[in-house]
Design a protein around this ligand. Structure first.
Ligand code: F6P
Length: 491
């Protein structure tokens, strides 16, 4: 079957959804505005969700409702918060919703990122449940429900809600927009019922999500965990055969849709002259000659990503295989994230300390084993690093999917390179030809680095070819098309 493309998705949306509005809702906006030298500038946030949804919205030409949080966001849009995007080549509309500082503090940093995020990721970070956070979370979900309902009203529309910031939104929208077909995609793992039951507002969360017609997860296991949680907490009818739940006479289908990337676009950019130029510039700027074996990692700085563990594995590697000293560099790009939250501030300190320690332990004049750039590098620059590297490490302690793994694979246009991939990512279920790692077992990760370096070009090429076929075929348009097909059957 030929792969899905933006064009096939556009045709599918046109034929199945026709003139009905297609509305996506997320906390994070796809484009934000800042002031640079007194002029309005555009930026892309570091977000897997945005990477995946932007091409879908371009194809659908719909409306995306999200929080406006750029410093110049208000100046860039009209009085109702609307602005056409992408800048310079508008394909869809963005509606920005304004939150107060207090709402951001309690809803985003609070309930979403200090309670639900650690609750859903098994990373041994204790969730914090505060009444004020929960109140703000409810209020912000109401605010978004009002904002979306103002656009949709009593029309037939397709509403596609994203992520753990909006667990209550499906139910709120069902009450306000009775003719809408609602899908919710949960981008992070769903924990097993033993873990979930500690949440003081677990029933409200489940009820909220059961307002959707389709509830999507990256992998089936997370959907099964959700079904088990509902079974334990609510009086609902479980239809395990059809993976559906009937609650208060409404049916929600639970489905797995593994999210992905725009493979062709990434591969095209990675093969471009611009990338080649950037590769040369990187080699010159960082003194990375042909003799250097380069490893890469690129992540938001989040405790779920296993970053200190990764640095420790590099430490173990250089300790056990001293013959690689001076011939090995590990490049880590890290995007600062959620630094208002204590756990993230501590992580940044831990990470800095770990990098400093390893560099002090092994570094010599003219050689620094770890290059750590705390920056949001543009994709163009990351692709150059991906192409230069012998291997990449994705060492998440727990991850719904992980799109960096897929981007690395798509970037390897020469068919070489080795991916070390945590078993605890959704991506590991698809990318069976990666080298699987357990990030908690740092000694084993050090062995895996050695294995990646020693792998014959034939073996690495065979594995990479298979992974590239997989990501090309199961690209983001396939993800979106599968969801649109399911949604349109419910219309
Ligand atoms: O992984 C869940 C997720 O919402 C992603 O979809 C996104 O890339 C990431 O978290 C970004 O988080 P934030 O919007 O808080 O910066």
């Amino acid at each position: 079957m030929p792969g899905e493309t933006s064009e096939t998705l556009r045709q599918l949306i046109r034929s199945r959804i026709r003139s009905h509005p297609f509305v996506a809702v997320s906390n994070r906006e796809p484009y934000l505005n800042t002031w640079q030298d007194g002029k309005l500038a555009w930026m892309r946030p570091a977000s897997g969700l945005v990477v995946a949804l932007d091409p879908v919205m371009r194809a659908s030409r719909g409306l995306w409702v999200a929080q406006g949080d750029g410093t110049a966001d208000r100046a860039a849009c009209d009085e109702n918060g609307f602005v056409d995007v992408p800048p310079g080549d508008p394909r869809y509309r963005l509606k920005r919703v304004w939150l107060t500082d207090e709402e951001v503090e309690n809803y985003y940093y609070g309930f979403a990122n200090s309670a639900l995020w650690p609750l859903c990721h098994v990373a041994y970070q204790r969730p914090v449940f505060r009444h004020d956070d929960w109140r703000a979370y409810r209020e912000v979900n109401e605010k978004f429900a009002e904002s979306v309902a103002r656009e949709v009203g009593n029309e037939k529309a397709f509403i596609f809600i994203q992520d753990y910031h909006f667990a209550l939104l499906p139910r709120l929208l069902r009450q306000r927009c009775p003719r809408a077909v609602i899908a919710h995609f949960w981008h992070i793992p769903w924990p097993n019922p033993e873990v979930f039951r500690i949440c003081p507002w677990k029933q409200e969360i489940l009820r909220g999500l059961l307002g959707s017609d389709i509830l999507g997860f990256h992998i089936r296991y997370h959907g099964d965990n959700f079904i088990a949680a509902v079974d334990q907490e609510l009086e609902a009818r479980m239809d395990r055969e059809r993976a559906a739940i009937v609650f208060e006479r409404h049916m929600t289908k639970i489905r797995a849709f593994p999210i992905s990337i725009d493979f062709d676009a990434v591969a095209r950019q990675a093969a471009s002259e611009d990338t080649e130029e950037r590769m040369k510039a990187i080699r010159a700027r960082y003194g990375i000659g042909e003799e250097i074996i380069l490893g890469v990692g690129a992540d938001r700085i989040d405790y779920t990503k296993g970053l200190p563990e990764r640095i420790e594995a590099v430490d173990r590697f250089l300790d056990r295989y001293p013959e690689f000293r001076r011939r090995f560099v590990f490049f880590q790009a890290g995007v600062p994230s959620r630094t208002h939250v204590d756990a993230y501030r501590q992580l940044n300190e831990t990470l800095d300390g770990a990098v400093r320690r390893v560099n002090a332990k092994y570094g010599e004049p003219g050689w620094c084993p770890i290059l750590f750039l705390r920056e949001h590098l543009p994709l163009a620059e990351l692709l150059a690093w991906y192409r230069l590297a012998r291997f990449a490490i994705v060492s998440s302690l727990h991850d719904g999917m992980n799109l960096v793994a897929k981007e690395f694979v798509a970037a390897r246009v020469d068919g070489s390179g080795v991916l070390l991939l945590s078993r605890f990512t959704g991506a590991a279920r698809e990318l069976r030809d990666a080298v699987p790692i357990n990030p908690y077992a740092t000694d084993d990760v050090a062995t895996a680095i050695r294995l990646a370096i020693d792998m014959t070009p034939e073996e690495a090429g065979r594995r990479m070819r298979k992974m590239r076929e997989q990501v090309r075929e199961r690209n983001v348009y396939r993800w979106a098309s599968d969801i649109v097909r399911k949604l349109s059957k419910l219309a």
